[in-house]
Structure formats: structure tokens, C-alpha cells
Design a protein around this ligand. Sequence first.
Ligand code: C2E
Ligand code: CA
Ligand code: CA
Length: 403
Amino acid sequence: MQNDTGSGLGELNFHVVDDEVFIRKLIIRVLGKMGADSEKISSSENGADAIAWLDDTTQPPDIILCDLNMPDMDGVSLMRHLATRKYRGGIILVSGEDKRILKAAEDLARAHDLNFLGALAKPVTPDALESLIKLYDPLASQRTEREGVELTADDLKTAIENKDIFVVFQPQVSVTTRELIGVETLARWIHADKGFIPPDIFVHLAEEKGLIDDLTELVVDLAVTQGGEWLADGLDVKISVNISVDNLNNLKMPEYLGTKCEEAGMDSRSLVLEVTESRLMEDIVTPLEILTRLRLKGHDLSIDDFGTGHASMEQLKRIPFSELKIDRAFVNGAHRDAGAMAILKASVDLAKSMDMLIVAEGVEDQDDWDLVAKLGCDIVQGYFSAKPMPAGDIKVWLQGWLA
Ligand code: C2E
Ligand code: CA
Ligand code: CA
């Protein structure tokens, strides 16, 4: 068998982790039958043994097949250990547990940014196993290694000062009329030597290194200036920017935003501030003051990635949010995922009862669109309508979208 990149199964190293001898042997036998080299298959009885073995070996496996439920260290903890060790090989989960547990473990693997190939329900069949192994792409492992490139606070400081960080805009459209309602501003950084740096990575770095106010000011500046230009050009859209919780300790933030809007000729009601709920922690006095003042000044406050955090309900009650953005984990593919659907519906009901505008993120296809339309979301943001794009492309995209 050849996978998509052409490396034969016989060249791959496998490591099987399962506490049941019978299952271990079965998987090894299936792998052998499929053409794997028995010399290249190793195994462990539980996660702790697997980690000890991994830390010791000079030849990390290309693919780890791992049972979820094991004594000592289960598959979920094993994944965390693999993530801290920046393991880049493929991971296949094997389990006899119910579908929802398996789905949760899958989501976790993705959240850890592991190279997750898929999950297999027991009993393992050669066909199912083969289809997952085919997904293994040795180049993907190298790619992620490159992404793990070291960035320093100085790199970022220089990028902010030199304005190497720029922004793109992703349209937000009305579910009922398809009209363009707003755009979300997303920061981008293409480092001269290190290439594309994902925003999650440099935003996190900025928060860690005390540079987040500088980064946010740059993004706000670019966003609001663009908003003013669009307005002068007859395009009246709301502009959303992402605000980090760390920005909410800066008491000057509301005035700064107000001045920026004024300079650009933009109404403060057109500048929407997105805050991720999971980072709104216990020490909320200053953030609460700032958020309340921002709302008083007319800005819309949007609770971002709704459904993924821990404190959602409590924060919803305390902070005057006017918009709720449902995370794409509960939108994309929700029509075939009962768990996601339940959370999506509950979020919509909650937002409606609190009189908030509902934005569905991650609408990637017609099925997603139809579902959020049926449930009564107001606004859609996702690849189905548009990917993030440079400001200059918005007008052409809009013509095509409304055609
Ligand atoms: P976010 O605020 O949740 O932004 C939406 C992310 O989802 C964007 O990723 C966007 O490109 C992506 N996206 C949009 N539609 C779809 C879709 O249909 N399918 C899929 N799979 N993805 C979709 P991006 O640009 O990589 O940004 C990642 C995160 O980085 C953002 O998540 C936000 O938390 C953070 N970020 C980006 N720019 C800024 C910024 O200027 N300031 C702060 N504080 N955070 C930022
Ligand atoms: Ca956002
Ligand atoms: Ca979001």
C-alpha cells in the first residue's frame, strides 16, 4: 500500500498502545497483513510506558495507534504528553467507548494541534485502519515542525514598530438578505525569514511579552482607518476587532478607541469589539469597568468563540455583551453531529432571550448555512461566503456575492 505521498507502509514505524494483549496483537497482525514491516512495529501497555519508550527511542514512530481507556495513563493524558513533547507523527485513536467520548477525544487531539488521523471503533478492521493510515502525510509532520519556529519578543516588537503586521478582513453577511453587515479584522504577519506566522501564535506571544497593547493599537489603527475610507467610498460596514483580555487592564483603551473613531470619521457604533470569553477571568473589576465604558460609548461588544470557554454563563450575566459569536466547533458540520447541534441550538436560544445579535462562525458549506438560517442566527461569517481578504478585494467579492 502507498499513502498519498508515495511512501510505502513497509517504511513506516508504528507504535501500538493498548492494555489488552489481545487487541495489541490484533492490530499488529492487521498492520503486518497490510504490508507493515514487523521490525518496525513496537508496542506499550499504557500511556506511561509509551511515553517512557518514546523519551528513550532514537526512532520516534511515524504513527501511534492508541487505546483511549487504559489504566495508569489513559489515551487522553497520553495525547497531552505527546503535545508537550511536540510529537509530530500521526495519531490514531482506538476505542470501545461511546461515540461522544471518542468525538471529545478527537476534538482534544485537534485542540492540542496534534497530527490526528482519525478514530477507530473496536473491533478494528483492516479496511478502516487502512483508510486512516492513508491520511498520514510525512510532509505534514515536517510542516508543523517548521511552524514551531522560535520567535522572540524582539522579532515581534520590531514587526509592530515597522508595521510588518498587516490586517485582512473577513465579511460578515446577513443570513436573511445576504447583505454585507460587517467585517472582522484579522492580523497577519509574514516574517522575512520565518514565513507565515499564525495569528494565534503571535497574539499569544504579544500577551506573554507585554506587547499586546501595541499590537492591538496597530490593528485598531489599520482597521478604523480602513473603515473611514470605506465610509467615504459609500460602503457603510461595521468593523470588528479582536481585543485581548490583557487589553482590558489598560484604562485608557476606551478613550483611545473613541479618538481613533473620531479621526477616521467613524461612528463608535460601527466599531465592534470581540472578546474571547474563556479569558475573562475572576479578577474582573478593571475589565468589567472598561467593557461597561466601551458599551456606554456606543461600541458593540461581542462574546467571541462562544461555547468553548468555561465561564460563559456567568460572564454573559455580568458583562453587557450585545453580540454572541458561536464558535465554529458548534457550527461547521453540526447537522451531522448531535452534540454540536445541541450546543448550537442552546446558544441561539440563550442569545435570543438576551436580545443579542447572533453571529455563526465557521459556516463552510450550504448545509451549515441552511442550518444556521433555520435556527435563526442573524449573521454568518465563514468560508462559504468569504475567506479573510485584503481590504482592496472586498468590493469585487461583494459584487460576486450579491450577483
Ligand atoms: P477568531 O477571532 O475566532 O477569528 C476567526 C478565525 O476563524 C480566523 O482565523 C478565520 O480565518 C477563521 N475562519 C473564518 N471562517 C472560517 C471557516 O469557515 N472555517 C474555518 N476553518 N476557519 C474559519 P485566523 O485569522 O487564523 O485567526 C485566528 C485567531 O487569532 C482569531 O480567532 C483570534 O483569536 C486571533 N486573532 C487574529 N487577529 C487578531 C488580533 O488582531 N488581535 C487579537 N487579540 N487576536 C487576533
Ligand atoms: Ca474574533
Ligand atoms: Ca471566533
